[in-house]
Design a protein around this ligand. Sequence first.
Ligand SMILES: *Cc1c(COP(=O)(O)O)cnc(C)c1O
Length: 389
Amino acid sequence: MTTRPPRQEFLVFGSPLIGDEEIEEVVATMRSGWLGTGPKVKQFEEAFAEYKGIDPACVAAVNSCTAALHVSLIAAGIQAGDEVITTPLTFCATVNAIIHAGATPVLADIDPVTLNLDPTAVRAKISPRTRAIVPVHFAGRPCEMPALMALAELHNLTIIEDCAHAIETEYAGKKAGTFGAFGCFSFYVTKNVVTGEGGMVVTRDLAAAGRVRTLALHGMDRDAWTRFSDSGYKHYYVVECGFKYNMMDLQAAIGLHQLAKIEAHWQRRRVIWERYQTAFANLPAQLPAVTAPNTRHGLHLYTVLLDPTAPLSRDEFLAEMTRHRIGVGVHYLCLAEHPYYQERFGWRPEDYPHATAAGRCTVSLPLGPKLLDADIEDVISCVSLLLAR
Ligand SMILES: *Cc1c(COP(=O)(O)O)cnc(C)c1O
C-alpha cells in the first residue's frame, strides 16, 4: 500500500532521546552511594527554577505530576465538599488528584479550536462551592490565562496549573506554571523533559513550597539528606500525615541533562511540527491551530482531528498506522467516556460536546527529538496515503 519500503523497526510513540550524558550521570550517582533524595535533586530543582526564572526555594521536586497535583491541591487548602473545575480533555490523573484531595471535580468544556478550557464554560460552572480551577495547557498550547485569572480573582479561586505538557510554554512572556498559585510539571518518559518518573511543583512563596515538601515526604519536617548528612544526626518530627512522593537522585541525574537540552529538543520538534503542518494541509483533518501571537507553544503533542469525510474512522486509522509500524496516541477520550466517573459523578459525554467530539476523532502523531528524518518521512507518507481521498 505504501510507496516507501515498509519500516523494519516499530516507531515507538513518545520514546525519549537519552544521551551518554544521562547514562553516565546515572552510573556516577549509583557509584556515589547516594541514590535517594539528595544533592542531585537539589541541583535539578535549582536548574529548573533557573529555567523558570524563579527562586529555587519556591520549587519542589516530586516523583510524578500526579503527586505534584495532589500535594498542591492539599497545600491550597482544598478539602472535602469543595469543587474544582477542570477540562474533560486531559489525562485521568488531573481529576484523580482532585478526587484524592477529597474534592469534587467539575468539568467545563473546551474551546473546539484551541482544545483548551473555555473560560466562558468555566464561568458557567462556578458555584458557591468552587474553590479552584485546574487548567491544563493542552499539547503545550497555553490556556487563556488572563481570562482564567480574572475569573479566579473575581470568585476568590486558587489556580493550580497542570503543566504536564507545558514546560516550555509561555503566555505574553510569562512562563506556564507561574500564573497560578501552583504549577505542576511531569517528567514521565513521554514528556518534554524526562526523568523516567518525576514531577515538580512551582509555588509562589516559601511557605507553600515548604508545605509541599513536607506533604511529599510523610509529613516530616526534615528530609533524609539533612538528617543523615555529615553535620550530625537530627531528629525529625511528623507534623502532618503526608505521602511518599519524593524524587530520587537517580531520577534527577537524568533530568539534569534533559533540562540542559530542552531548547535544542524544542527546536527539533518545531521543525517536525512545521513539516507536518505543510504536509497535511490538504488532508481531511483539523490540524493544530496556529500558535496564538505573543505565546510560546510547548509543542508536546501533535494532534490531528480526523474529519467525518476522512476515508477511514479514527480507530481504523490508529490500527492502520500501527500496522505500518508507526506508534500513535490518543490524547484523550473525553473524561466523561469513562465508566468510573459516569457512575460516581453522573458525567455524560453529551454534556461536553466539544471534548467528546475531539476525543472521538483525535490522533497524536510521533513528535519527538529522537525522530530521524527518515522516520518523519515515513509518518508523512503513511498519513498522506491513508487519508488521501
Ligand atoms: C502525563 C500527565 C499527567 C501525569 O503526569 P505523571 O508525571 O505521569 O504523574 C497529568 N496531567 C497531564 C495532562 C498529563 O499529560
